[in-house]
Write a protein that binds this ligand. Sequence first.
Ligand code: SAH
Length: 342
Amino acid sequence: MKYNIRECSHSELTAIITENFRAPDPDLFELARAESLRNYQGRIFIRGLVEVSNYCKRDCLYCGIRRGNKELRRYRLAPEVILDCIENGYGLGLRSFVMQGGEDPGLTDEVMTEIIREFRRRFSDASLTLSLGEKSTEVYRAFFEAGADRYLLRHETASKAHYDRLHPPEMDFDARVRCLYALKKVGFQTGAGFMVGSPFQTVEDLARDLLFLKELEPHMVGLGPFIAQEDTPFAQYPSGGAAESLVMLALTKLMLPKAMLPATTALVTILKGDRKPIFDAGANVVMPNISPLDTRKLYTLYNGKVSTGAESTEGLANLVVQIKTAGYTPEFSRGDHVEYAH
Ligand code: SAH
């Protein structure tokens, strides 16, 4: 096969990425789409996303909610508000939810565990994904035992030297990797992921991302272009490209054919709302925002973030139409990875 990605060496992957960045090969996308159809029959899984807090103790240089951003008004949703958002999404038919936030010491692990427990009590047939950053194995285990199913923690870049240029000195690539392996061991369906076109990134770095994914074998991979945020140290850097992100998405699908791949908001943003090319490259998850309207504009990881509201019947109906028009089947179930049949 032309793209026997899983057998490729680092230098072969580098060459494939380089060629496809120069001129994307339609065959690559056809193969990725075929894997998506084979493993998930063209279903697109819908997960309702609640952005629980934009407080963050971290200072990642690219991120708009970094602690060093003094321009940002901070919010933290109360537990009952988080559960109300989910109740509303559940009423609209959603059965898969994501709670994402900055690493907010004010939203303690104990409170979070209680929220998860309450979620599990009230929505027993729905799945819960968390994306709350680096925690100890004990905390991950407490979250899992309270009833969370999945955890997203992007590795951001698999090149240690590159990681150091995107993060302050107190952050460490090895610590992040340890978290990812701990999450898998605890039993979570685990998500890694990276940005495309982040400052200082090379094609060699991207080839390393693919090899890292092969080794970790995460159940989900979140991938999108870097987009500058005006109040960060990277404000002046150019954004990652849509074409490049789609190439990396298709290559990721070939590397991990069964992985759940979201059409990330950053990629949707740079494609001005058009999800079809993202599905055609192998993505099979969408995560519409169901956070309260008044806090949504405060979760500004980057500039120009699109917001497809699915908190309303109309917003969700529009998304469903977009999925069908693109030739795919909207799916409202728990949305587990094929190897986690419930
Ligand atoms: N704190 C949580 C989740 C919030 S950030 C965590 O660490 O997982 C979620 C993701 O947004 C990050 O992993 C990062 O890859 C992405 N992100 C942050 N800033 C971005 C930017 N400027 N452009 C594109 N993606 C960004």
